[in-house]
Design a binder for this molecule. Structure first.
Ligand code: TEU
Ligand code: CA
Length: 583
């Protein structure tokens, strides 16, 4: 069994502070709102809270554009509020992980305000400035938020790079002074006693210094920067330096957001020697797994098929085994709601499929992440018009594909936004059935999902069969059963197009997990008939979303996790209480 670590045995809960709880009635979530709801999180049983950015920001990208790394965003409260939150979290035996956004800053950060003033300003090389090429942008790179990744500055007649919005200028990581500034601010937060960092777009810091043009799609003006900025030439050098300068000096956890990362690259980012990070988020099952990627980039809204998801997640389970630690998630602040995307959010199946998805993920190997509201089975939002949306990615995409290029109609784009837009995850947390779901006594910054009257924490806490208590039990199983954390992973029923099954193995136990991803009964022979005499029944069911089972069948969206005491008879035959079992 590999080396035990607290961040391997923890369950992480991601909070998007803007939408979690508003304590002062201004319609915007804040730090005191989080503090007020710590008892709820303690009851759920999570170990670590990952806060999306809470630093000073003009909120062009809701805090992922930082103007002062050592101050709290005005709307979220004061540094005293943060210190109180941190103390309260630690008093409850939980930890806080901050969101570190250092691929770029806000254009309102003092470094950039100085940098843009003149070519010989001391801060000029904190950012990436290039001369025009033939009177236009220095190359054809496309921003993640539509349009060019370059913005022209009159003051010096040059362009600066921004892989995201033009108010998010990329820092120049080639500059050792920039890296020193980053390590100093990280140390400042570690000295305050935080417990780790989620690192925003951690694999974009290093760019190919030739800045070559990217490949363009048919009819597209701008090209793809990823071959020249994703997993760039010096990224591991930079992260190993960060590790030596900061990370290695504290007992903290680190998870890198690494869109486009492969399993081979992940083995470097999350190498067991601890030379870089503890784990990374990959995006193969979210950004890349839609049925067919249409010409409008990410905005495909094909329903991902289970065999595609299974192939991806199993690949990561098997290829990281013993080589690197992994992360497990369905949801975050950039993704649509899991039960709507991967499950079935219609009234008959929402609860069952939410529990099924939770079982499928939480019994796998790696550190699981729960996104706020996922534990309630919160769903996507029926946005009716662009005016309902707040996310710069959606608003820019609408302008690009509908208004400017007329590639699709406004209603087709709204359907894309309703299906895969980031605002789906950013509607207010639904606390109770009072006005605005108890999120605020003011006007919420973004509309509340109208289904809050049925789907809310108060109702969940009053219902022993709620998704909340199911997540609470899954978390407890991870805390109580070493096999859930450290057992090896082995795929099962790989030919099934309806059941995602696997098993975990540790010493003389195996944990068999099977999840029906459909709304129909499906044959499944993995579990012994439930014979009445528990003394002979070799199996112990740890969790299921059904109170009773049908022999040889998994019922619609049924999930089961069953622990067997086993002895190995031959490579593929195990016995249980005298019965041979072939998996
Ligand atoms: O996201 C990185 C990123 O690429 C996002 O654009 C995301 O992958 C995409 O929207 C999914 O379709 C990080 C943060 O998580 C995101 O909130 C920020 O907008 C972005 O970086 C810039 O900081
Ligand atoms: Ca507030």
């Amino acid at each position: 069994m590999e080396e035990r670590k607290w961040w391997k045995e923890s369950v992480i809960y991601q909070i998007y502070p803007r939408s979690f709880a508003d304590s002062n009635g201004d319609g915007i979530g804040d730090l005191n709102g989080i503090t007020e709801h710590l008892p709820y999180l303690e009851k759920l049983g999570v170990d670590v809270l990952w806060l999306s950015p809470v630093y000073r920001s003009p909120n062009d990208d809701n805090g992922y554009d930082i103007s002062d790394y050592r101050s709290i965003m005005t709307e979220f409260g004061s540094m005293e509020d943060f210190d109180r939150l941190l103390a309260e979290v630690h008093a409850r035996g939980m930890k806080i992980v901050m969101d570190l956004v250092v691929n770029h800053t806000s254009d309102e950060h003092p470094w950039f305000i100085e940098s843009r003033k003149s070519k010989d300003n001391p801060y000029r090389n904190y950012y990436i400035w290039k001369d025009p090429r033939d009177g236009h942008e220095p190359n054809n790179w496309r921003s993640c938020f539509s349009g060019s990744a370059w913005e022209y500055c009159e003051e010096t007649g040059m362009y600066y790079l921004h892989l995201f919005s033009k108010k998010q200028p990329d820092l120049n990581w080639e500059n050792p002074q920039v890296r020193r500034e980053v390590y100093d601010l990280m140390t400042w937060w570690c000295e305050k006693g935080i417990d780790g960092f989620r690192m925003d777009v951690v694999n974009l810091f290093s760019k190919d210094q030739r800045f070559p043009d990217g490949i363009t799609l048919p009819g597209e003006k701008y090209g793809d920067f990823s071959p020249y900025a994703v997993n760039g030439p010096r990224i591991h050098e930079f992260l190993q330096e960060m590790n030596r300068e900061v990370l290695s000096k504290y007992d903290i956890m680190t998870v890198g957001e690494a869109g486009g990362v492969t399993t081979d690259e992940a083995k470097k980012y999350a190498a067991p020697d601890g030379s870089e990070l503890n784990m990374v988020f990959h995006f193969e099952h979210t950004d890349g797994a839609a049925a067919d990627q249409k010409v409008i980039g990410k905005w495909d809204h094909g329903k991902p098929r289970m065999p595609v998801i299974r192939r991806i997640l199993n690949k990561w389970q098997l290829q990281l085994e013993g080589k690197a630690w992994g992360s497990l998630y369905w949801d975050n602040h950039d993704q649509p709601r899991a039960v709507s995307r991967f499950g079935n959010d219609t009234p008959n199946w929402r609860v069952l499929s939410a529990k099924m998805l939770a079982t499928c993920l939480h019994m796998q190997k790696g550190t699981p992440y729960i996104y706020q509201g996922e534990e309630l089975g919160m769903t996507n939002m029926p946005f009716s018009s662009l005016e309902d949306c707040r996310d710069i990615e959606s608003i820019n995409a609408y302008r690009q594909y509908v208004t400017e290029k007329k590639l699709i109609s406004g209603e087709e784009m709204m359907e894309c936004i309703r299906t895969i837009g980031r605002d789906n995850a950013r509607t207010p947390m639904q606390w109770d059935s009072s006005e605005n779901a108890g999120f605020t006594t003011g006007t919420p910054w973004i509309m509340v999902n109208p289904n809050y009257t049925e789907i809310n924490a108060e109702a969940a806490l009053a219902d022993p069969d709620s998704v909340f208590y199911y997540y609470q039990k899954l978390i407890r199983l991870r805390h109580d059963h070493t096999i859930v954390v450290y057992g090896t992973f082995e795929p099962l029923l790989m030919e099934s197009d309806s059941i995602y099954a696997y098993r975990r193995i540790l010493d003389d136990h195996t944990l068999v997990v099977a999840c029906n991803w459909t709304d129909q009964d499906q044959p499944c022979a993995l579990f012994p008939e439930d014979d009445a005499d528990s003394r002979t029944n070799p199996a112990k069911e740890l969790i299921s979303n059904y109170a009773s089972h049908k022999a040889g069948i998994l019922q619609p969206y049924e999930a089961r996790a069953v622990l067997f005491h086993i002895s190995k008879q031959s490579p593929d035959t195990w016995s249980c209480a005298g019965r041979d079992i072939r998996f």
